[in-house]
Ligand binder design. Structure first.
Ligand code: ADP
Length: 261
């Protein structure tokens, strides 16, 4: 009898475990479907109207007969809607990345041009703040990466470095190939900026996380850029890290697989 009871007990435990696994899978599928629905909803209900607002504000700004006040108001509409557009795009990217729906198409490319473009794009912002933005990158930096997404990663890191470095400071972008048969390409963005409190470095890549010193000094941000950066780099089989610079400031390093010749 004991044997039969033990057998029945095991049988029921297995049944229960199977039922639990099934209901867990159903819950996960429901969550994934909800997320997909949310992404679709956000893109249509927010993204499209924002696009319309921006194109109308640009049309308004083109009108040479605007009074100073009208121009000022149109500029505010344009700036604020551009900011919201950015935020919505970031939220969409993050949701898609987490749902495995963001299309990433890694191919053999030279990252040097992308680094150069990302640095050039930030030169005006750096100059306006009185920052020195330098670049030292080998002419050929063969990586296996999606050019659009890698540019997004570089834009995020260089923009942050410029944003979190006060006037008079320096932002230096460098790159090199590591030695060894299966070498990597490493791109580093170092700054002499406000840095990050030591115990907060490991949370920098969490979504919505903003370091306490950045919040305190009033720099605007969403805490989404680095989460997206990490998700993109991870999807390439690479890695991204942040560390303090001894002289003050921080350095962000992206490591990517080198493209085979
Ligand atoms: P955002 O800049 O919009 O807040 P990010 O996800 O790009 O969002 O960055 C997350 C946080 O990491 C920032 O809020 C800031 O606290 C910190 N951070 C990022 N880059 C730097 C940097 N170069 N120097 C100092 N802190 C930084």
């Amino acid at each position: 009898l004991d044997g039969v009871c033990a057998h029945l007990g095991r049988h029921m435990e297995r049944r229960r475990a199977e039922e639990l696994a099934l209901s867990l899978a159903a819950t996960q599928a429901r969550l994934a479907a909800n997320r997909e629905e949310m992404v679709g909803m956000v893109s249509h209900e927010l993204r499209n109207p924002l696009g319309a607002i921006r194109s109308y504000s640009e049309t308004l700004l083109d009108d040479p007969h605007l009074s100073d006040e009208q121009r000022h108001l149109a500029e505010v509409i344009d700036r604020r809607s551009a900011h919201m557009q950015h935020l919505v795009d970031d939220l969409l990217d993050l949701a898609r990345l987490e749902a495995g729906q963001l299309h990433i198409d890694p191919q053999p490319i030279s990252a040097a041009r992308l680094v150069r473009e990302a640095v050039q794009a930030q030169q005006p912002a750096a100059a306006a703040k009185g920052l020195t933005l330098t670049m030292e990158v080998p002419r050929h930096l063969p990586v296996h990466a999606d050019p659009v997404r890698l540019r997004q990663v570089l834009d995020n890191l260089v923009t942050n470095a410029v944003k979190y470095t006060p006037g008079g400071g320096t932002v230096a972008v460098t790159a090199h190939l590591t030695a060894g048969e299966e070498g990597d390409a490493v791109i580093e963005v170092a700054d002499t900026g406000i840095g990050v409190p030591p115990d907060e470095y490991d949370r920098l890549f969490d979504r919505f996380f903003r370091a306490s010193n950045a919040v305190r000094n009033g720099t605007k941000g969403t805490g989404l850029g680095l989460a997206i950066t990490k998700a993109i780099v991870d999807a390439h089989g690479g890695s991204v890290s942040a560390a303090p610079v001894p002289a003050g400031g921080s350095v962000f390093a992206v490591t990517l697989p080198v493209a085979a010749d």
